[in-house]
Design a protein around this ligand. Structure first.
Ligand code: PMP
Length: 440
């Protein structure tokens, strides 16, 4: 019932449409060839998605020439922004030497040792091409190591688009269309940040559980940090049951040189990585205990096979190494402090326009939820008003601030205090533009 939308929302939508006719035209063209006009669910939003023309540092330009401060950072992966000169140089040095050689390269040794030198729990690591693949392999590692089949994940935990972890992304035990029913029987979900539920399940079914997989901060569900007690309960429970604990650090690795596991002081058996470790190119990796990871050693009888045409391809390896070299402890602290500044500013901006929101996050990541809060798990995040979030997303775009369609922000190293302050001013204007809606 579009006529029921408040005027302020209609106004924001109309302004968005006025500013983005080139994106609209490209979207209409795309509708002829791509279902829904896109090829990535997470880049779609109404009334039409933006088409970007170029990115430079923290700035994006769309096909109409509008300029944006990029707080999406390709969903937290572009920690150094777009086209960082050192990463671009690493890729352009490698390109004439070949992109993928069908053989081992020194570049993969280098990225492996860079990650290992940072993350204490990683004794061995392997590369894949996406976070989805990394998670799939980490679960396979756990199943092969424990000779068990059940995995436990969080309600609202997003670990990629592989069947085994799609269960419960949108609430308890929900099986998305097309996902295997039989795999659903081997996937149990518990609420995030509920140590009692975790203890209960592990006590009841511990002997069947191969692994518990958890993000130290629920990323896609809304930048919701774990309570330290929850993670230590999972650690103790899995250890007692002989199951493996997998931390999905695909988003949270950016929070500390040693990943979120260093922040919490909880050591998982296996960790999955992607996003920032690829320097902007497609990548995935998983690593951890040598005894479990060595199941992939092809010299062993009955080893786990893990082929993959582009595993360890030289371009992603050199881009990733350049990105990690740039990601010094000092830079991580600096962008985490910018994240603190952003969260405080967003809260003030909402208060100034009498808008009730909860701003979650940690370090360089933040999210605005239209909920009185606290937002601590999937249920409390799902209860937030999604229509208002969609309206804020468009209003922020109108103010030159690009975030996820759910209003999630990631700070990148090209950003300064000024950029964060500009985003906060944009947010103040956006909340004000929506005030009749948000105060409704
Ligand atoms: N795990 C987490 C925590 C993620 O955020 C994502 C991607 N958003 C994935 C896994 C999947 O990674 P990819 O999109 O590279 O397959």
């Amino acid at each position: 019932m579009t006529h029921a939308l408040p005027n302020s929302f209609e106004h924001v939508r109309a302004r968005y449409a006025e500013r983005t006719p080139a994106s609209r035209a490209l979207y209409e063209g795309a509708l002829r060839d791509l279902p829904g006009g896109e090829t990535r669910t997470s880049t779609f939003f109404q009334p039409h998605p933006l088409f970007m023309a170029r990115g430079e540092g923290a700035i994006l330009f769309d096909e109409d020439g509008n300029r944006y401060l990029d707080f999406l950072g390709n969903y937290t992966s572009l920690i150094h922004g777009h086209a960082h000169p050192r990463i671009t140089a690493a890729i352009t040095r490698q390109l004439p030497l070949g992109s993928a050689h069908g053989a081992c390269t020194e570049a993969q040794n280098r990225l492996a040792s860079l990650i290992k030198s940072r993350v204490a729990s990683v004794e061995r690591i392997r590369f894949a091409n996406s976070g989805t693949e990394a998670v799939m392999q980490a679960v396979r590692t756990a199943r092969a190591w424990t000779k068990r089949h059940v995995i436990v994940k969080m309600e609202g935990g997003y670990h990629g688009s592989w069947d085994g972890v799609m269960i419960g992304v949108k609430g308890k035990d929900r099986i998305p269309p097309g996902v295997s029913r039989s795999i659903a029987e081997e996937t149990l979900t518990i609420p995030f940040n509920d140590p009692a539920a975790a203890r209960r399940l592990i006590e009841e079914r511990g002997q069947e559980i191969a692994a518990v997989i958890v993000e130290p901060m629920l990323g896609s569900t809304g930048a919701i940090p774990a309570d330290p007690e929850f993670l230590s309960t999972l650690r103790r429970g899995t250890a007692a049951a002989g199951a493996l604990l997998i931390f999905d650090e695909i988003q949270t690795f950016r929070l500390d040189p040693g990943g979120a596991q260093a922040v919490y002081g909880v050591t998982p058996d296996l960790t999955t990585f992607a996003k920032v470790i690829g320097g902007g190119l497609p990548i995935g990796a998983w690593g951890g205990r040598a005894d479990a990871m060595d199941l992939y050693d092809p010299r062993r009888t009955g080893f786990i096979s893990h082929p993959g045409t582009f595993n360890g391809n030289a371009l992603a390896m050199v881009a990733g190494a350049a990105a990690l070299e740039l990601l010094t402890p000092g830079e991580i602290s600096r962008i985490n402090a910018l994240g603190d500044r952003l969260r405080a500013g967003l809260r003030q901006a909402a208060t100034a326009s009498e808008t009730a929101v909860t701003v979650t996050g940690m370090g360089s990541m933040a999210q605005v939820h239209f909920a009185a809060g606290p937002v601590t798990d999937y249920a409390s995040a799902a209860a937030a008003d999604k229509q208002r979030a969609a309206a804020l997303h468009l209003a922020l775009i109108n103010e030159g601030v690009f975030t996820s369609p759910t209003c999630r922000f990631a700070v990148s190293t090209p950003m300064t205090d000024d950029d964060v302050d500009q985003a906060v001013s944009g947010a103040r204007a956006a909340f004000t533009a929506l005030a009749p809606l948000t105060a409704a």
